[in-house]
Ligand binder design. Structure first.
Ligand SMILES: *Cc1c(COP(=O)(O)O)cnc(C)c1O
Length: 546
């Protein structure tokens, strides 16, 4: 009797094991097949090759001799970074513990002035030679923001009953922004910036897909030109990312490849208007068609386009000129679009730390919320990542939007976009060594080199020596400028400096400028990415060196 039961259970056990084995095998092969379909054979093989090469090199680097060399190089690089970021010298005052008694307000301001003097050039951005970063910079605007901060300094929208005006202002900021993007039935929230807006949207679509379609292994499909915040969000939320290449000429994502990557686990597609690297726009209408057909989300990243792209049409600039710089539909009027992120802290000119995430409807927004009815601290409900939030930033944003008004944004759109297009046109007509990436409709212009003797990253270095802070790009190597209000009257200076920089890069190529070093290392060798990663980590450590 006993032994009979045990034979039976052994058999059952064996059967179960076999079923489980085939289940896992099937699941893995479906996964592999989906991966292969999304990436294509060549990319998969190349990815595999890179993976092997990196591991082989990392193994080789474990040899004592190699390790000593790597350590020496890394230590040298770390010291370089530190020398650039952390002030040295015996006369630098360091505040490493609280003062025993509080300091006077006068002392505090004086100490800040001293720091600025010691560390140098707190106002260098005012020269207007900076790509992005400071978007308005007018003193009138600064006064408006500071006044709003002052009035609502201690406010916190986590307590809307205590700060009712802040609640009202946030709701109005969202409503005004939705109107700009034609989200008549839309809903949204404010966040601390574009990155949080994007992470919230990924989470929202993940929870929506789980609730509505039962997706438990979520994947997103992202153009290679999209912002790193999508990868960051996916890394935080354990979501698989399919990175889809863009057309080398138009810089728009390859729709056929996007379609191939869609499967039952897809929660959302991504398109930019405009993207960060080269300021071009993806085909949102085409992406919308795919999103609608397969019932997946479509996030349009307008973090950078922010308050520029909604005004291009009204400014009469959306059609472009001579077939260049045309802006195609991108907002909630496009069927299939489910979410749009818009950074008020970029071309909205609002204080840093503000952005708006918008959804097609309030039902979708619910999947963004976090609600915990069982918390011992009381029923807890919060709309986004943060708990307590700075109400002063909301007041500052509301104040700026009232101060600018529709006509203010229209005029700033006209000026900034005209500046960017003039720069692009003049590069084409007067610097034959360079070319423009795609046909950027808004405020960002990226240029690459088509001359075998001109390394464009070296041109970027030569521009740095002339006081310009531009962004170096990879894939392909290029340099971009994001025009702001401060760049508008610097076009002539920019073009003259750029001509000189190109000439210099051609005559005396050094091949080891800082842009060249960092980006070259990242791209050209298998070991590059691993080492650059270590360097970037060291950079972050250095930021917290008091
Ligand atoms: C700036 C930017 C973001 C988000 O960046 P934050 O620095 O977090 O505000 C996202 N997408 C694009 C295209 C951007 O330019």
């Amino acid at each position: 009797m006993d032994s009979g039961r045990s034979i039976l259970s052994t058999r059952t056990y064996e059967t179960l094991k076999t079923i489980l084995f085939f289940y896992v095998l099937l699941k893995q092969s479906v996964k592999a097949q989906r991966h292969l379909r999304a990436r294509g054979i060549i990319t998969t093989v190349r990815e595999f090759y890179t993976w092997i090469a990196q591991h082989v090199i990392m193994l080789a680097l474990r040899l004592p001799a190699a390790q000593r060399k790597v350590k020496t190089e890394m230590d040298k690089a770390k010291l370089d970074i530190e020398a650039q970021l952390v002030p040295k010298g015996i006369d630098v005052t360091r505040h490493l513990a609280l003062p025993t008694d509080g300091q006077t307000p006068e002392w505090i301001i004086a100490e800040m002035d001293k720091m600025d003097a010691e560390l140098g050039k707190p106002n260098s951005w005012k020269l207007g030679k900076l790509s992005g970063a400071v978007y308005h910079g007018g003193e009138d605007m600064e006064r408006v923001i500071v006044a709003a901060y002052g009035k609502y300094c201690v406010s916190n929208p986590l307590h809307p009953d205590v700060f009712p005006a802040i609640r009202k202002m946030e709701a109005e900021i969202v409503a005004m922004t939705l109107k700009l993007f034609n989200g008549d039935h839309g809903a949204g929230t404010m966040t601390s910036g574009g990155t949080e807006s994007i992470i919230m949207s990924v989470k929202t679509h993940r929870d929506w897909a789980r609730a509505v379609k039962g997706v438990t292994e979520p994947e997103i499909i992202v153009p290679s030109s999209a912002h790193a915040a999508f990868d960051k969000g996916a890394a935080y939320l354990k979501i698989k990312v399919h990175s889809i290449p863009v057309d080398p000429y138009t810089r728009k994502v390859d729709l056929k490849a996007v379609k191939r990557a869609i499967n039952g686990n897809t929660i959302m597609l991504v398109g930019s208007t405009v993207n960060f690297p080269d300021g071009n726009q993806d085909d949102i209408k085409g992406l919308g068609k795919l999103a609608a057909k397969y019932n997946v989300g479509l996030h349009v990243d307008c973090c950078l386009g922010s308050f520029i792209v909604p005004y291009l049409e009204k400014a009469g600039l959306s059609e472009g000129v001579n077939g260049k710089y045309k802006l195609y539909p991108f907002d909630f009027r496009v069927p299939g679009v489910t979410a749009i992120s818009c950074d008020t802290h970029k071309y909205g000119f609002a204080p840093k730390g503000t952005s708006v995430i918008m959804y097609r409807d309030a039902e979708l927004r619910r999947h963004q919320y976090y609600v915990n009815p069982d918390w011992s601290g009381g029923v807890y409900a919060s709309p986004s990542l943060s708990g307590s939030r700075p109400g002063a930033l909301i007041a500052g944003t509301w104040a700026v939007m009232q101060y600018m008004g529709s006509n203010g944004y229209l005029e700033s759109c006209r000026q900034i976009v005209t500046c960017a297009r003039t720069i692009a046109d003049r590069i084409v007509s007067s610097i034959p060594e360079l070319y423009i990436l795609g046909s950027p409709p808004a405020s960002v212009v990226a240029f690459g080199s088509k001359h075998p003797k001109v390394n464009v990253l070296e041109v970027g270095d030569k521009m740095s020596q002339r006081g310009w802070h531009l962004n170096g790009l990879t894939g392909p190597a290029a340099v971009h400028i994001a025009c702001t209000r401060l760049t508008v009257d610097k076009v002539d200076m920019f073009i003259e400096d750029l001509k000189d920089a190109v000439k210099e890069a051609k005559m005396q190529p050094t091949g080891k400028g800082s842009m060249v070093a960092v980006y070259g290392l990242g791209n050209s060798s298998a070991v590059g990415p691993a080492m650059v990663g270590q360097l970037a980590t060291a950079f972050l450590d250095t930021m917290y060196k008091a």
